[in-house]
Design a protein around this ligand. Structure first.
Ligand code: SAH
Length: 233
């Protein structure tokens, strides 16, 4: 009798665990369709598309909103923040032109989805989040999923991470009213900084550092992000 009850309990625990991080065939199928729609919108980098295909985006959202995970849309996560639109994640990542082993700084960890994409591409990822609750939640979650950023920081992304600089690439995933100087100075010569710049809507901006003192600027159309805020809380 007792054996039967324990066995039932173990089964129950086991099935609830495996459901937690489940990635079903149905979800994988929806993800394939999402990847094709992003390709149709103009993303060409096969490695970026592969990374999006590999990452179970539904797990980065509250389970009651899972159905929205494979629409190409931004979506609210905890603490009034958003998980960026998959196309936007792909667009910014493509602009970075990442190579495996490069040091990348991400400003705005949020759900951790973009950080997972960077890890999937073989980068050494450093990421900063200014909201403590979100920072802790995402730190645990990425670990659970098996993604291992080199360093996750609770802090102010306007300041970058001088102790780990210089970086090959820097990506900002919140709308910045201006390009923070510390981020420019923490970029290697030959490095790329991808940052949406603007108040209500943002121009996707690529700064390439061509020498110790020179940066080349290009812009790539309008996007909408939650604001890059000053001071952590
Ligand atoms: N990369 C995230 C996008 C999250 S939205 C993802 O893939 O889900 C932008 C994030 O930037 C929010 O979590 C917000 O709290 C954070 N943020 C805003 N201002 C910041 C700052 N100054 N420093 C660090 N993070 C900041």
């Amino acid at each position: 009798m007792k054996f039967g009850f324990d066995f039932f309990l173990i089964l129950l625990i086991h099935s609830s665990k495996s459901n937690d991080l489940e990635d079903s065939f149905r979800q994988q199928g929806k993800r394939k369709i999402l990847v094709e729609s992003i390709r149709d919108k103009g993303i060409k980098d096969e490695n970026v598309l592969k990374a999006i295909n590999a990452i179970p985006r539904h797990l980065f959202m509250d389970s009651s909103f899972e159905d929205h995970a494979y629409q190409d849309k931004a979506f609210p996560i905890a603490a009034g923040q958003t998980i960026s639109q998959p196309y936007t994640v792909a667009f910014q990542t493509e602009l970075l032109q990442l190579k495996p082993g490069e040091l990348v700084l991400e400003v705005g960890t949020g759900s951790g989805y973009q950080a997972a994409v960077l890890c999937e591409l073989g980068a050494k990822v450093y990421t900063i989040e200014r909201q403590q609750k979100l920072f802790k939640k995402t730190q645990n979650f990425l670990r659970q999923l098996g993604y291992r950023p080199k360093f996750m920081s609770f802090g102010d992304g306007y300041k970058g991470l001088p102790e780990y600089a210089p970086f090959d690439k820097i990506i900002v995933t919140a709308g910045a009213p201006f390009i923070p100087k510390p981020l420019m100075s923490q970029l290697k010569v030959g490095g790329r900084l991808v940052i949406p710049v603007g108040e209500d809507s943002q121009l996707m901006t690529l700064l390439s550092r061509t020498s110790a003192t020179k940066f080349q600027k290009e812009t790539f159309g309008e996007f909408r992000f939650v604001p890059l805020l000053e001071d952590k809380n």
